[in-house]
Ligand binder design. Structure first.
Ligand code: ZN
Length: 281
């Protein structure tokens, strides 16, 4: 079986690549923990100054795995992000809260706090759970063909688990993105302040690495403290507490769905119906 995440070192840069291109890099738990391992390796390597997160193939990522043969929501995993119990022998909200606290919100917060600068290198689709991966990175470089969406309101759920929308898009754009579920372009994302740079598709890797190498000229500890300074400022703007409160609404929505639609916390939607609806938009 091919590695779900590739790790390469290019001088002072660690290039971490999601590698399930046949499933548009849909993120299952196997990938989550492989990403965590790769990030840990990059943090521990004193030669690495900057980390780039990329996706193999035509798309950065289609989001959380809600329908590939490698979907592994019922599989136990090594818990790393929060100290909570295993989800696999629980049921209902107890199961969902345990799993999503660890693997979605917890992991994203853990990665946001990686003490080295991270850059997301985004092409093609960056949908729902994939936004979370891009948003936890410090900078985002996108190719001109990149497109973004968080369509999970269609499931009756107020956005993905790492609810950074109002902080990375601004409240009004966040509402438009969530209310319509429609795709938005790289150009639109840049106007809203979500992206640092847009580059031609053919230059995405070289431009991202060039930016990473530029940053790598700065001192390691200075970069770590600067990153912490901006993250702390963001949290003082309410991001951390806001996300905690929205995580409660998110789980209320999952529970409501399960209550009214025969135990289905996704409100009767699956990968196919979501894709069909998104194609229309
Ligand atoms: Zn959820």
């Amino acid at each position: 079986m091919a590695e779900v995440v590739r790790y390469e070192r290019r001088g002072p840069v660690a290039l971490v690549t999601m590698n399930r291109p046949e499933y548009r890099n849909a993120q299952n738990s196997a990938m989550t923990y492989a990403l965590d391992e790769a990030f840990t390796r990059a943090v521990d390597d004193n030669e690495v100054k900057v980390i780039v997160l990329a996706g193999a193939g035509k798309h950065f990522s289609a989001g959380h795995d809600i329908g590939t043969p490698g979907r592994d929501v019922d599989v136990p995993f090594d818990r790393k992000a929060v100290l909570w119990w295993d989800h696999t022998d629980k049921e209902g909200g107890d199961l969902r809260f345990a799993r999503e606290s660890e693997v979605y919100l917890g992991m994203c917060r853990r990665w946001r706090e990686i003490p080295k600068p991270t850059i997301a290198s985004v092409q093609g689709a960056c949908i729902a759970g994939a936004l979370m991966l891009a948003w936890v990175c410090d900078l985002i470089v996108a190719s001109d063909d990149a497109f973004f969406a968080d369509p999970v309101v269609r499931m009756g759920i107020p956005g993905v688990e790492y609810f950074a929308h109002p902080w990375v898009l601004g409240p009004r754009a966040a509402k438009e993105v969530l209310f319509t579920g429609e795709r938005f372009t790289a150009q639109q994302a840049k106007e809203w302040g979500m992206l640092n740079r847009i580059v031609p598709r053919a230059d995405l890797e070289s431009e991202t690495l060039a930016l990473a190498e530029k940053i790598a000229e700065m001192p390691r500890f200075g970069l770590a403290l600067t990153k912490k300074a901006v993250n702390q400022a963001e949290d003082l703007m309410g991001m951390r507490a806001g996300m905690d409160s929205v995580f409660g609404l998110h789980h209320f929505a999952h529970a409501h769905n399960a209550e009214v639609s025969g135990g289905d916390s996704l409100g009767g939607q699956d990968a196919r119906s979501m894709r069909d609806a998104n194609r229309k938009s």
